[in-house]
Design a protein around this ligand. Structure first.
Ligand SMILES: Nc1ncnc2c1ncn2[C@@H]1O[C@H](COP(=O)(O)OP(=O)(O)OP(=O)(O)O)[C@@H](O)[C@H]1O
Length: 260
C-alpha cells in the first residue's frame, strides 16, 4: 500500500533519514521502532507531507505521493495524528471532532447565506458522527468536557478519534503510548485493533513500549541512523544482532527496551 524508496531527509549536513526503504502492507498494523534519534518521526513527517524529502520517493497504491502537502494526502485517506492544538483546548471533545475538515458546506459566505438548511443538516450529521466516534472509543462520558481538561491518554484517544471523522485508509501514529497509563494504553490498543479489523484501517505505529508493539504489530520495522535495519516479527527483531547493537550503541538507557 505504501512503498518508501531510498528516502533521504537532510537538515543541513545532518542526515536524519538516510536512504530508508520499506513497504507497508494494506491491512497491517506495522510497528516502527528504533533508538532515540533513529529518524522515525522525521520519516513519518516526510511520508505525511509535513516535511519535503531531500530525495527519494513515497508511493501510495502505486501513485507517487512524494512531497504532496498534508491536506492533499488527507483527502487520499493518509493521515498522521497530531497533538490537539492549544487553541482547541477550550472546545469540547465533541466539538474537536466536529472541527475535522470533511468538506462541510458551512465554510463559504455563499453557503452561509443561501444554504442554511443544508448546513443545519450537515451539522446534525457531523454531531451524530462525532457521538458515534466517542462511543466507539468508550469516551462518551467526555463528550461535553473541554479537551484541555481531559488526561493525556484520553487526548490520545481523541486524536485517534479525529481520524475516524473522515474515511482514513492509513493512519500514522507517533508514540500513542507516551505518558499514558496502562489501562488507557490498553483502551487505545483495543481501538486500533478494532479500527483495523472492523473498518480496514492500515496503521503504522511508532512506539517505544515493546509490550504495546508486541500486542499490536506485525511486522515490526527497526530503524537506526536514518535507515531500516531489519523487518520481521517482534521476536525476530529482538533476536537480530544488528538491532541489539543499535540499541546498545545508543547508551544503557535504551538497553532494556529491546530483548528484555
Ligand atoms: N528540524 C530539524 N532540524 C535539525 N535536526 C533535526 C530536525 N528534526 C529532527 N532532527 C534530528 O534528526 C534526528 C532524528 O530525529 P527523529 O525525531 O526523527 O528521531 P526519532 O527516531 O523519532 O527519535 P525519538 O524516538 O527520540 O523520537 C535527531 O538527531 C534529531 O535531532
Amino acid at each position: 500500500m505504501i512503498v518508501v524508496d531510498d528516502l533521504h531527509k537532510h537538515f543541513g549536513g545532518f542526515h536524519a533519514v538516510d536512504g530508508a526503504s520499506l513497504s507497508v502492507d494494506r491491512g497491517s498494523i506495522t510497528g516502527l521502532i528504533g533508538p532515540n534519534g533513529a529518524g522515525k518521526t522525521t520519516l513519518f513527517n516526510v511520508i505525511a507531507g509535513v516535511l519535503q524529502p531531500t530525495s527519494g520517493k513515497v508511493y501510495m497504491d502505486g501513485e507517487d505521493i512524494s512531497g504532496l502537502p498534508p491536506h492533499t494526502l488527507f483527502h487520499k485517506g493518509l493521515l498522521r495524528t497530531f497533538q490537539i492544538a492549544h487553541e482547541f483546548h477550550s472546545m469540547s471533545c465533541r466539538e474537536n471532532l466536529m472541527m475535522v475538515p470533511g468538506g462541510q458546506s458551512g465554510e463559504t459566505l455563499w453557503n452561509t447565506w443561501f444554504g442554511r438548511k443544508r448546513i443545519a443538516d450537515e451539522e446534525r450529521a457531523l454531531k451524530a458522527k462525532a457521538d458515534e466516534v466517542l462511543e466507539f472509543l468508550t469516551i462518551e462520558h467526555l463528550t461535553d468536557q473541554k479537551a484541555g481538561q481531559i488526561s493525556g491518554g484520553q487526548k490520545k484517544l481523541l486524536e485517534l478519534g479525529r481520524t475516524m471523522m473522515v474515511d482514513a485508509k492509513i493512519v500514522f501514529l507517533d508514540e500513542v503510548g507516551a505518558g499514558v497509563n496502562r489501562t488507557l494504553l490498553n483502551t487505545i490498543g483495543d481501538a486500533i485493533i478494532r479500527l483495523n479489523q472492523e473498518r480496514g484501517y492500515t496503521f503504522v505505529v511508532i512506539e517505544h513500549d515493546m509490550d504495546f508493539i508486541g500486542r499490536l504489530c506485525d511486522p515490526v520495522i527497526c530503524m537506526a541512523e536514518g535507515h531500516v535495519l531489519a523487518q520481521g516479527t517482534l521476536d525476530e527483531i529482538k533476536a537480530n544482532e544488528q538491532v541489539i547493537e543499535a540499541y546498545l550503541g545508543t547508551g544503557l538507557k535504551n538497553k532494556d527496551k529491546v530483548g528484555a
